[in-house]
Design a protein around this ligand. Structure first.
Ligand SMILES: Cc1cc2nc3c(=O)[nH]c(=O)nc-3n(C[C@H](O)[C@H](O)[C@H](O)COP(=O)(O)OP(=O)(O)OC[C@H]3O[C@@H](n4cnc5c(N)ncnc54)[C@H](O)[C@@H]3O)c2cc1C
Length: 223
């Protein structure tokens, strides 16, 4: 089952960032998670986390320069209509229809193209253009029309678009059916795919912890 790759002590590749539970991929599950192992995983790894010596703040790499808060002037945001809501609904429908229980390459490829258009629409939102220009330490006076709920919905959509992209790309990459992953165009289980798949940005690759071999490929070129 998928998630953010972690070590057995819940560390991710980002120093100081730990992942536990549904969002973590520790390697304890195969392609099909057995019933009730998910909650057990949360309990075991959650309990373990309290005993892991965490680095102190001074040991962590500096994330941003400590700048004094300053006002910056950017173009005002008109948030009288909420385009995030409709984009979110369309994206959820797209991913459920093309990467739900049963998938196939053509549908996944079309979904990647459509998702790219949704991403562009999101990037072009006035709110996105303002918020993504802000640097650490900068302060922007949000318009009164923009509620905390709108801001949260914007942030969630931004993350969901990334997750949808990773999900579609990795579903396209795995050209076999195994466990909870069913491909209509590859209905059989393929021993060559008895590996984990990893994805970072546009790069997918297979990882075989037992043999240590790995191959890199572009998912859009492979299917
Ligand atoms: C229908 C269903 C049935 C299941 N049945 C079983 C079962 O029988 N046995 C079993 O072991 N497992 C089962 N599971 C899996 C199990 O429920 C999950 O693996 C487990 O709940 C994951 O826990 P978690 O704390 O990692 O994530 P979650 O339970 O998803 O908790 C994440 C929390 O973060 C909150 N959150 C999200 N975004 C934000 C944000 N931006 N700011 C603040 N908070 C936020 C959410 O509201 C949520 O409360 C089932 C799952 C589903 C969906």
């Amino acid at each position: 089952m998928g998630g953010i790759t972690t070590s057995l002590t819940s560390e991710t590749s980002i120093p100081g960032l730990y992942a536990v539970g549904e969002n973590a991929s520790t390697g304890v599950h195969g392609a099909n998670r057995l019933a009730s192992n998910s909650l057990l995983e949360c309990l075991v790894y959650g309990a373990q986390l309290q005993h892991i010596p965490l680095p102190s703040w001074t040991e962590l790499p500096e994330i941003s320069p400590s700048m004094p808060i300053q006002e910056i002037s950017l173009k005002p945001v008109d948030n009288s209509t909420d385009p995030c809501e409709s984009l979110r609904e369309a994206m959820a429908q797209l991913v459920w229809q093309t990467a739900g229980i049963s998938r196939q390459a053509v549908g996944l490829q079309q979904a990647i193209t459509t998702l790219h258009q949704y991403q562009q629409a999101f990037d072009n939102l006035p709110l996105t253009q303002v918020l993504t220009q802000l640097c650490p330490g900068q302060c922007y006076q949000l318009p009164n029309l923009l509620s905390p709920k709108d801001l949260r919905s914007w942030g969630e959509l931004r993350n969901l678009l990334t997750v949808a992209h990773l999900l579609l790309k990795s579903a396209l990459f795995r050209t076999e059916s195994r466990g909870g992953h069913y491909r209509e165009d590859y209905p059989a289980t393929d021993p060559a795919w008895q590996v984990h798949t990893l994805i970072q940005e546009s790069q997918c690759w297979q990882s075989e912890p037992l043999s240590g071999s790995s191959t890199k490929a572009d998912p859009t070129a492979s299917s």
